[in-house]
Design a protein around this ligand. Structure first.
Ligand SMILES: [Zn+2]
Length: 119
């Protein structure tokens, strides 16, 4: 079982590394090399999206299958529903009756949970 806090940290780190690589790509003169680099960056982005979706699933977020990798549906408090972030889709889903119940911690106790209880 993955540690969700740790996994989220890795995904964030990978994202910022990718952003730096993207910025560096702009320094490469136009041509075959730049195209090859752009292609590799695109592949890395797709891999990262898949890792994100896997993490979201592990954490109990619903996934929308309108794209691949799937979109991670986020909870909208106003609607009291999960909403797909894809502007072309915007599917909604109510919170499932079963499955993990995620409770938002109070703002001042946003510290890391050191011990992780197994299911
Ligand atoms: Zn969707």
């Amino acid at each position: 079982m993955i540690d969700p806090v740790e996994a989220a940290g890795y995904v964030r780190a990978a994202k910022s590394a990718l952003d730096m690589i993207k910025a560096a790509k702009e320094l490469i003169p136009k041509g075959k090399d730049k195209d090859a680099v752009a292609h590799k960056i695109e592949e890395a982005e797709q891999a990262l999206k898949r890792a994100d979706a896997k993490l979201a699933k592990e954490l109990g977020y619903p996934l929308c299958e309108c794209t691949f990798p799937p979109q991670i549906m986020l909870w909208k408090e106003k609607k009291r529903r999960f909403v797909c972030p894809n502007s072309a889709c915007r599917s909604e889903k109510s919170r499932p009756a079963t499955g993990p119940i995620l409770v938002r911690p109070p703002r001042r106790s946003l510290r890391r949970v050191s011990s992780h209880e197994a299911d």
